[in-house]
Design a protein around this ligand. Sequence first.
Ligand SMILES: [Zn+2]
Length: 206
Amino acid sequence: MDQLIQGHKRFLTEVFPARRNQFRLLADSQAPDVLFITCSDSRIVPDLILGTGPGDLFISRNAGNVVPVTATDVDGTTATIEYAVEVLKVKHAILCGHSDCGAMKAALDRKGLEHLPKASRWLSHVEAAFTHRQPGNPADGEHAELAALIRGNVVAQLLNLKAQPAVARAMAHGAISVHGWYYDILNGRIECYDEQGRCFAPLLRP
Ligand SMILES: [Zn+2]
């Protein structure tokens, strides 16, 4: 906790005063253009890897960057998506998975969740990842099988995202575009899913 308290102290003394006007503008409203859905993993820091800041990204996080599709239930992720699309009118929705994802490791190993009833139920939402597995690239090295499943999960959850009623309506009149990303923690690079080519390609082309 000391690290957090010291960090907040530095924020109040160094960061906040320099950005006071920005925070004043944001104090009563937000108008982010981007809904960013990613994993809860501590190594994913969206503002760090995308150069964004307060007010830029509307973020929803959960284990395995899942978009549940259920007809009768409600959950935090789909409620957040509905609000982002219907109220905030975000122009882009990004579904971002990542290398070395613990949730996908558990799905691949199919063990270690016996004592985690909620997590194991939650991860039933990633089953479709197995049918959408994507070939990786040499950078995956010895983790190729896991990386293929993680990319497959991005494709599966992207389909779930597009199936959300609010997203489908917005897409029908061109108000939103959706993107599937894979973030590699080791090299910091992002890959984007190309729906036409059905493959992942670097977000930044050489
Ligand atoms: Zn993860």
